[in-house]
Write a protein that binds this ligand. Structure first.
Ligand SMILES: N[C@@H](CCC[C@H](N)C(=O)O)C(=O)O
Length: 288
């Protein structure tokens, strides 16, 4: 009789339906021994929506001090006790995940590992992020965005000029004419983009206006495909919209995504704050 593959705990959660498999690995001894290739393969199996659990990405929850020496460079000397080791559904590593980190902190609160109502620090490959949990809402400070040289994106035979926003990870934000255009876009494949501008790929947000300080988006995420929300993408949309509107700071926008609604503020000191729900919906064990 063959030996059963060893199983390990997981949780499933989402923030405005940007969904994730969480892997508690607090001491780094459950997944920390895998090579990068083995971990990428595990992530692909977990995120598979038919043969796996299903998700836009994986959030490994690990103490910063328990990251392997080879991974420590990624923590950028983080002062946080907790590190969000994030991977996209295709197994690729990304610098940051704005919805994922909110779900990550929901897990820490539920487990009694941090205190709600007080600022919580989490390390990421884009440095330290600070979050606040207030009831069912979780706010993350996404830091200071960088607006880079304008670019363009294309879908089918249509091309739009786009705002190039670095939120720690790369984004291109394009405004389309109307709701009908937005609803009709084919996002089953990555939108065309300038490879020289985005040598490591890009997350593309397509946006329409719905009212004053109120916009809606669809998103194609690098490494995950079309998702129902994207937190860093939401931050990039805020920046592009507020710049286009010449909005005084603090500038607060409502952003509708297919999976719900997010609130965003660009503060006087240049930080982008993202607020919305973040929930855990299942827990279990798997040997995937
Ligand atoms: N869904 C995330 C973004 C995840 C990373 C992204 N796909 C990338 O490769 O940069 C979010 O909520 O920010």
């Amino acid at each position: 009789m063959g030996q059963a593959a060893s199983d390990y705990p997981f949780l499933k959660g989402h923030g405005t339906e940007n969904d994730f498999v969480l892997l508690p690995d607090l001491e780094g001894d459950t997944h920390g021994g895998l090579s990068e290739d083995e971990m990428a393969e595990r992530v692909r199996r977990l995120c598979d929506r038919r043969a796996g659990i299903g998700g836009d990405g994986v959030l490994r929850v690990v103490r910063t001090s328990r990251m392997r020496p080879a991974e420590l460079v990624a923590t950028q000397g983080s002062r946080s006790e907790w590190f969000m080791d994030y991977r996209n559904a295709d197994g690729s590593i990304a610098e940051m995940c704005g919805n994922g980190i909110r779900v990550f902190v929901r897990y820490l609160v539920d487990e009694g590992l941090v205190t709600p109502g007080l600022p919580i620090d989490v390390g990421t490959r884009d440095g330290n992020k600070t979050l606040l949990v207030e009831g069912d809402r979780v706010t993350v400070d996404l830091g200071i965005p960088q607006v880079l040289t304008a670019t363009s994106v294309s879908i089918g035979d249509r091309t739009w000029s786009a705002t190039n926003v670095d939120m720690g990870n790369p984004h291109a934000v394009a405004f389309v004419d109307d709701e009908e255009t937005l609803a009709g876009l084919d996002l089953t494949r990555p939108p065309g983009h300038d490879e020289a501008t985005y040598p490591h790929g890009v997350n593309v947000e397509l946006v329409v206006r719905r009212g004053e300080r109120h916009v809606a988006m669809r998103v194609h995420e690098r490494g995950s495909g079309e998702t129902r929300s994207c937190g860093t993408g939401a931050g990039a949309v805020l920046v592009a919209a507020a710049q286009a509107d010449n909005a005084p700071r603090p500038a607060t926008y409502q952003l509708d995504v297919p999976g719900g609604t997010l609130s965003l503020t660009w503060t006087e000191d240049d930080h982008v704050l993202l607020t919305g729900p973040a929930v855990i919906v299942a827990t279990g064990r798997t040997s995937l």
